[in-house]
Design a protein around this ligand. Structure first.
Ligand SMILES: Cc1cc2nc3c(=O)[nH]c(=O)nc-3n(C[C@H](O)[C@H](O)[C@H](O)COP(=O)(O)OP(=O)(O)OC[C@H]3O[C@@H](n4cnc5c(N)ncnc54)[C@H](O)[C@@H]3O)c2cc1C
Length: 382
């Protein structure tokens, strides 16, 4: 499929990204999966390769270009190299957490945090979810009480990506429990603060290199200068940023589905049964035809949203549409890819088997399929 979403500048960036992925990610994948976390050096290498902070201002070491298509290129190249679903934490840093700092830091905060985030010396986490509040973000109970020049933070977060490696945790807290959504604020918490503790890594079915864990805040004193944006605006900031996060998942799901289709096509041409390549059987040829059609339709929609986002016109409802539909599509595509590979598709070493397990989360995080449909449904005026 001919795509027109990228310019020459994006393709030049892609060459560098491809070299970065081949040199700094692929050789380490198995070791990181066994260890259950990536080395911090991955972030340093990503910073050096210029993939963490394309959107950050040049004065802070970034690329000075807020065009999200550069981020999309990284996700596509990770999928093409069969390492997208490993759980590297790069997307969390570059696509999801960094934009909060870019949009809401004061000049002093930006100067303090951005250079090291862009360079990969500082690893970010974003902590919204709690044991009692996932989809219903407004129900969080982690409390921040103002005491002099500090907030005192107490509570528990769970399912936090980059939890073990993080140096800075953008944390959703209740500053006014009586004010509902208007009582939520964002605090940037240094992980070396007294009272901050990380749980053990959660044992997940996939994304084995992702250090997803609980975080505990036991009367952690956080200087009030670490408030991100205005007090009481945290819920609305999160809702705004979720659109880009959802587009990122849609980009990843499309790239993952396309890769599974390509691998299945190759396999269908080379694997023989009953004297013919398995792709010669009409059932399989039709299956491949469907995978090609569906992934290209998804690609067209995502490309349209990427272009809209690059113009500052990403519609939250369309981002929700892309997120649920393409993540559900990816689930079906990788499942059919496993079937087309036969027994080989069930081996952990096979990229389609890994994609099958690792991509399952896509319909759940960044807002579940059901929550996406709620958002879309509410926009219909019915
Ligand atoms: C690997 C992984 C990484 C994650 N990373 C992070 C992270 O870095 N930071 C972070 O803050 N969180 C993170 N999360 C948490 C993730 O965002 C939540 O798991 C997700 O939002 C769903 O919340 P929940 O698990 O509490 O499910 P619940 O909210 O309990 O939902 C359970 C079921 O009920 C359905 N449901 C809920 N509300 C409705 C409704 N109104 N209508 C219909 N159905 C509904 C859901 O769709 C789902 O099917 C991560 C999770 C995982 C597994």
């Amino acid at each position: 499929m001919q795509r027109s979403v990228y310019d020459a500048e994006h393709e030049t960036h892609r060459d560098g990204v491809r070299r970065f992925v081949a040199a700094e990610v692929v050789p380490h994948r198995e070791r990181w999966e066994r260890a259950g976390r990536v080395d911090r050096e991955l972030f340093l290498a990503a910073g050096k390769a210029g993939v963490l902070g394309v959107a950050a201002p040049e004065e802070h070491g970034g690329g000075g270009n807020p065009d999200f298509r550069f981020n999309a290129v990284l996700n596509e190249e990770l999928a093409a190299a069969d390492v997208l679903g490993v759980g590297l934490g790069l997307s969390l840093q570059a696509d999801i957490a960094l934009p909060y700092l870019l949009d809401h830091c004061t000049p002093e905060q930006a100067a303090r945090w951005l250079p090291d985030v862009v360079g990969g010396e500082t690893i970010l986490a974003l902590a919204m979810t709690e044991p009692g509040a996932g989809s219903d973000v407004a129900a969080i109970t982690t409390r921040a009480v103002r005491d002099g020049d500090d907030y005192v933070v107490t509570g528990t977060k769970t399912f936090i990506t980059n939890a073990l490696n993080a140096d800075l945790v953008i944390t959703a807290v209740k500053t006014d429990p009586a004010a509902g959504r208007k009582g939520i604020s964002l605090l940037v918490v240094d992980a070396n603060r007294a009272g901050f503790r990380r749980g053990t890594k959660l044992s997940k079915v996939g994304q084995h290199a992702a250090d997803t864990a609980e975080l505990f805040f036991d009367a952690v004193r956080v200087p009030a200068t670490q408030l991100l944006g205005e007090e009481g605006r945290g819920f609305y900031l999160m809702m705004n940023h979720l659109s880009q996060e959802r587009l990122a998942v849609a980009v990843q799901a499309t790239a993952q589905a396309r890769r599974a289709y390509e691998l299945s096509l190759e396999h269908a041409k080379s694997r023989e049964a009953f004297g013919s390549p398995i792709g010669a059987f009409q059932h399989n040829r039709f299956a491949l035809a469907e995978l090609k059609t569906e992934t290209e339709i998804a690609q067209s929609y995502v490309d349209r949203l990427l272009l809209a986002h690059s113009r500052g016109e990403l519609d939250p409802v369309e981002a929700a549409q892309a997120k649920w539909w393409i993540s559900e599509l990816c689930k079906r595509v990788v499942d059919r890819a496993v079937q087309l590979h036969g027994g080989a598709g069930y081996l952990s070493e096979n990229p389609v088997a890994r994609a099958w397990i690792d991509s399952r989360i896509q319909t759940i995080y960044a807002g579940t399929t059901e929550v996406m449909k709620e958002i879309i449904g509410r926009s219909l005026g019915v």
